[in-house]
Design a protein around this ligand. Structure first.
Ligand SMILES: Cc1ncc(COP(=O)(O)O)c(C=O)c1O
Length: 450
């Protein structure tokens, strides 16, 4: 078997492309604000994680340029060896103070923070307890740790207690949850988790990728939201969402951070965060501290949209934050809907299987402090129009016909795409077989001295 057979068999993305509903790697030709430019057209962006609207902030840009002028464009090595600059260390102090922990460690991405910390802190004699809807980088970190990993039903405390109670008391235990779940937009039940962690002697880690800058009185995240900062052992955050740049961090005790510095492979064996990112993150933290109106506006906008979607009849699941999923059911409906939204100049992202189970496809939408009510009202108008056309929300005369027509059209396009791709695969497999046969024949003839 040829290793490359895998990619010859992978046709799903080509099928979606042929059907005109491929939703990934869309080229954006502008900076990310509440609007973006795609193929010269201006679209309202509701698929960004720039919750506080800082990605194009002049102060962040200025800080990045200044850092480039002084430190250059990269560190050309890992933090462990040649890549630690004074600004990295200063930023770590600032993050620790912001989160309210003794110390913090920067990583080059948020995903690497999860991989590095989890794999370093948990080992083969430990058990990790994770919510079923935890982020992929947590799941990968658990795999890399060699610890036994048990998953509990989403935010279900009975299920968490059941698996905690069933574990050997002498094992090291770590509970890991997203603070805000990145697709559903609900908040982990930290008060109940803290109680269970205490009862069963487990440590608690929160992935606050979507909560830093968003939750809590001063934006410290989920623990601050619940007034339980001291009860959380490990706070993970990213710099790629509210801080509008790239990077990740772990914060906790001095001793734990010291350990990670020498054991977290995803930190030690990769290049350090570039100076431009370090400087812009530092400025972002200043703005988060100085401009609480951004968090307030973010929540105003999120509430406005939650009420708006509900009032036009959408199912938004269990969202309670600026992440608002629109549940549409079928993968094909989600892909078609995203295409139709793009055509109406609204940028969103679909979430389809296997990221969610079959029949639970959604359009993930998320909001920024800087969206205007005019933009958001337009988004609701578009969703109203598209939802009626697809018969996802009721009230459209003839909508059943529209839905059927769309589904039939889509299915026909998918069938056509599939046939074309299957033909292509068959042709390349046939060619491969002929080449193999020729080679065999050549070898046979050579053997016979022909
Ligand atoms: C919950 C969660 N954790 C971790 C990450 C990884 O963060 P980054 O994109 O900064 O690597 C993400 C990114 O989407 C996330 O949603």
């Amino acid at each position: 078997m040829d290793l490359f057979d895998k990619h010859n068999r992978f046709t799903a993305a080509h099928v979606a492309e042929k059907a005109g509903v491929y939703p990934y790697f869309i080229e954006i030709g502008s900076g990310q604000k509440t609007t973006v430019k795609i193929k010269g057209k201006k679209l309202i962006m509701i698929g960004s994680n720039d919750y506080l609207g800082l990605a194009m902030h002049p102060k962040l840009k200025e800080a990045a340029v200044k850092a480039i002028k002084k430190y250059g464009v990269g560190c050309t090595g890992s933090r462990f060896l040649n890549g630690t600059m004074d600004i990295h260390v200063e930023l770590e102090r600032k993050i620790a103070d912001f989160i309210g922990k003794e110390a913090a460690q920067l990583f080059t991405t948020g995903a690497q923070a999860n991989l590095g910390a989890i794999a370093a802190l948990a080992g083969k004699d430990d058990v990790i307890f994770g919510d079923r809807l935890n982020h992929a980088s947590i799941i990968d970190g658990c795999r890399m740790s060699f610890a036994e990993t048990k998953r509990f039903r989403h935010n279900n405390m009975e299920d968490l207690e059941r698996i905690l109670a069933a574990s050997a008391p002498d094992k090291g235990k770590l509970i890991i949850v997203d603070g805000i779940f990145s697709m559903e937009g609900d908040i982990a039940n930290i008060p109940a988790i803290v109680k269970l962690a205490r009862k069963y002697g487990a440590r608690l880690m929160i992935d606050d990728a979507h909560s830093v800058g968003v939750l809590g009185k001063t934006g410290r995240g989920t623990a601050q939201h619940f007034g339980l900062e001291k009860e959380v052992d490990i706070s993970m955050g990213t710099c790629s969402k509210s801080f509008a740049s790239v990077g990740g961090f772990i914060s906790g005790t001095e001793e734990m951070i010291h350990y990670l510095k020498h054991k977290a492979r995803a930190l030690m064996f990769t290049a350090a965060l570039p100076p431009s990112a370090v400087a812009s993150i530092s400025t972002a933290i200043d703005i988060v501290n100085e401009e609480p109106w951004r968090r307030k506006e973010l929540w105003n906008n999120a509430d406005f949209m939650r009420n708006g979607f509900k009032s036009i009849g959408y199912d938004i699941g269990i969202s309670e934050t600026p992440i608002i999923p629109i549940l549409v059911g079928d993968d094909s409906v989600a892909l078609t809907m995203c295409r139709m939204l793009l055509d109406e100049k609204v940028f969103t992202t679909p979430v389809i299987s296997p990221a969610v189970s079959q029949g639970r496809a959604m359009i993930r939408t998320s909001y920024m402090a800087t969206h205007t009510k005019k933009q958001l009202t337009r988004v609701l108008e578009v969703f109203n129009k598209v939802g009626k056309k697809l018969d996802i929300i009721s009230g459209a005369p003839g909508s059943y016909y529209e839905k059927k027509k769309h589904k039939l059209e889509l299915n026909a396009r998918i069938r056509k795409g599939k046939a074309a791709i299957e033909n292509k695969i068959k042709r390349s497999t046939d060619k491969m077989k002929i080449r193999r046969k020729n080679r065999k024949e050549k070898r046979r003839r050579k053997k016979l001295g022909e």
